[in-house]
Design a protein around this ligand. Structure first.
Ligand code: THG
Length: 636
């Protein structure tokens, strides 16, 4: 084969370096090829133990076809998937066996062709879903918990990494929450590995993580309802080597979604489609020639960095793709990852749909601020902030409680705050129930969720019920640095943005100086020590109640705005939020005055850099309509 000679001269590179240097080729189907060996209806992953020669033969054929990456035969090698075969006690054994076979095939590739083949530990979605109920009569129920699924993935990924794979490929993702459970398990395994290595941790081989979602129909969404952009946002906390698409729709059906994914992905893009749509017998008809013809546009339009095949593809399909890649002109310009920030730091959140907002920068007199990037968080699904919501939750009238959420989205809320902190409620259980119910209502769950509690275990439980990228409300230095760091780490592992309240061990910051000092300290810890992405940090400098009759409260609003400006000028990349309705508690009952105060406050705070508020989205009046006298009274 003509590429043999060239490849023999390649030096050993990491998987990431390989992606940087060339178009990558993944292998093709496993299950459909196993069938051609006369094996039908088997537990395919068990074959790594029971018929290793067949698996090795298939992977050798993929090596001969010219792959750069082999996936291990471990798609279903998790306790959850093996349960139906009663093989859950052999998880370690089957994962170990599968990596050994793939490594043998890769070693042969080096010997035969002088070509480095990377091993991707294959992790499938299992047959369970964390974001959808299997019981039509009980939409809040789930057939498995996040923790159970994460444990199952941890058991698998632990072995794959021990056996020295180059990456974990979390693929055929039809529910992003399942993928986030696998991702969390991956982080735990990697942290344990680094801790074990001690001061030699820096010498450990990097292990990458890669995600590939599957769209279930022409809507271009996952089975659990997320768009490709929302999916991309929801896994980006893992800094994956690549994200991509596989399985359904066939090669041509992927094109529009690859285009959309590529625009938002600050990483490489992969695609390994089926050999067409399934025919009436469940087989796949696209020939190798059909597939490369349909995939030509992937290369012409620079949509991908890695191609391969899924169901119905064979070593012949992959050999045809090898030929296509080798025929690329020497000066072919490969796709480059989209830049992380399009213009200024973006807030990136997701429900079923993504929410992208540029930073709200303080304006300097002449230039007006970009107020359309202001984020409105609906405050009403809060048992402490709405008597009606509390009553509905107490009565377990979730249907009407959901109506409150739906109304806020209709009224223009970009995000929905959910808070169940009430002494007489089981806040964890109520948070789980309500978020599970929200997930089954696409009119509400299209927006991201703000998981709000003063108890961290409630926050953690909430994050484990949301497939999108949430905001945590909130963490602070109130209980000291250690708890703060622990909470921030957990949020990072579960993929959330977070509100940092300006509290420290001495209590709430109520003046300008303490706000500035605590904000700077928290930034240092989160960004410099923990590697938090600043665009995932949202400061809340404490909107306090004004006009209480106490003289020292009257500087509160001005001090808040001065602190907003300092933070935006000095702590790059962050956003500012605040609980708007706090401002006017002194005027409970006088709704017009409260709304006029809120509007006036935002009129000054947004141009100074306030980028988000927790508020009643329907209760904002136009500033110009507020009578001048009232405006002056408010700003006095
Ligand atoms: N910062 C952060 N989170 C917060 C706050 C904040 N969460 C809670 C609160 N402050 C923001 N949420 C609300 C919700 C409702 C009201 C005020 C703040 C409110 N409720 C009416 C009242 O009390 O008069 C209730 C009316 C009713 O019962 O319907 O004003 O600052 N990070």
């Amino acid at each position: 084969m003509h590429y043999t000679v060239v490849r023999a001269m390649e030096k050993k590179m990491t998987l990431r370096e390989a992606f940087e240097s060339k178009m990558m080729l993944l292998d093709g189907g496993m299950g459909s090829v196993i069938q051609t060996y006369g094996i039908k209806g088997a537990n395919n992953d068990m074959l790594s133990i029971e018929k290793p020669d067949i698996i090795l033969d298939i992977q050798r054929r993929y090596v001969d076809a010219g792959v750069d990456c082999l996936t291990t035969n471990t798609f279903s090698s998790q306790r959850v998937s093996q349960h139906e075969y009663h093989q859950e006690h052999r998880i370690a054994e089957m994962n170990r066996a599968a990596v050994k076979i793939a490594k043998q095939a890769a070693a042969e590739a080096m010997e035969k062709y002088g070509r480095q083949v990377y091993i991707l530990g294959d992790v499938g979605p299992t047959s369970k879903m964390l974001s959808m109920s299997e019981d039509v009569n009980d939409p809040a129920s789930r057939s498995i918990t996040f923790d159970e699924l994460e444990d199952a993935y941890l058991e698998q990924i632990q072995v794959l990494i021990e056996e020295d794979v180059d990456a974990i490929l979390i693929e055929t993702i039809f529910d992003t929450l399942n993928a986030k459970a696998a991702a969390s398990a991956f982080t735990k395994v990697m942290e344990k590995r680094a801790a074990k290595a001690g001061d030699k941790a820096a010498d450990l081989k990097p292990v990458e993580v890669m995600f590939s979602m599957t769209v279930s129909d022409a809507s271009g969404r996952t089975l659990s309802g997320q768009t490709v952009e929302a999916f991309a946002v929801s896994v980006m906390h893992m800094h994956p080597l690549s994200i991509g698409l596989n399985c359904g729709l066939g090669a041509d059906g992927m094109v529009p979604y690859l285009r959309r994914m590529g625009k938002v992905a600050p990483c490489y893009i992969s695609c390994h489609p089926n050999a067409g749509l399934p025919n009436q017998f469940g087989g796949y008809d696209d020939t190798p020639e059909d597939m490369v013809r349909l995939m030509g546009v992937y290369l012409d339009d620079k949509l991908v960095n890695m191609i391969g095949g899924c169901c119905g593809t064979t070593p012949e399909h992959i050999a045809a793709m090898r030929k296509m890649l080798d025929a690329l002109p020497a000066d072919y310009e490969r796709r480059k990852p989209a830049p992380k920030y399009a213009t200024s730091p973006l807030l990136r959140l997701a429900g079923l749909e993504p929410l992208f907002k540029e930073q709200v920068r303080p304006s300097n007199g002449a230039d007006s601020c970009n107020a359309e990037d202001f984020v409105k968080v609906g405050e009403r699904c809060n048992v402490a902030g709405s008597k009606k919501f509390l009553r509905l939750i107490n009565e377990k009238n979730y249907e009407e409680a959901l109506d409150i959420a739906r109304k806020q989205v209709e009224d223009g809320a970009d995000v929905i705050d959910v808070n169940m902190d009430d002494g007489l409620l089981d806040a964890t259980a109520e948070m789980q129930t309500f978020l599970n119910l929200l997930a089954s209502d696409p009119a509400i769950s299209r927006v991201p969720i703000m998981v709000d509690s003063s108890r961290f275990e409630v926050i953690e439980a909430g994050l484990k019920c949301a497939q999108g990228k949430c905001i945590v409300n909130s963490i602070s230095l109130k209980m000291g640095e250690q708890a703060f760091i622990e909470h921030a780490r957990t949020i990072k592992r579960l993929g959330g943005a977070v509100i940092v309240m300006l509290f420290d061990e001495e209590g709430q910051a109520t003046n300008y100086e303490r706000r500035v000092q605590i904000a700077a300290r928290a930034y240092d810890i989160m960004v410099k020590k923990l590697g938090f992405d600043p665009s995932d940090i949202i400061y809340d400098p404490n909107v306090l109640t004004v006009a209480t009759g106490m003289a020292e409260h009257n500087a509160y609003a001005i001090d808040f705005i001065r602190a907003v400006r300092w933070i935006m000028d000095n702590l790059p990349g962050v956003r500012i939020s605040g609980g708007l309705s706090n401002l006017s508690f002194a005027f409970r009952g006088n709704n017009y005055l409260r709304e006029a105060m809120h509007t006036t406050f935002l009129h000054y705070a947004i141009p100074n850099g306030m980028g988000m508020a927790i508020m009643n989205p329907s209760a904002i009046i136009e500033y110009k309509t507020i009578p001048l006298e009232l405006r002056m009274a408010i700003t006095a």
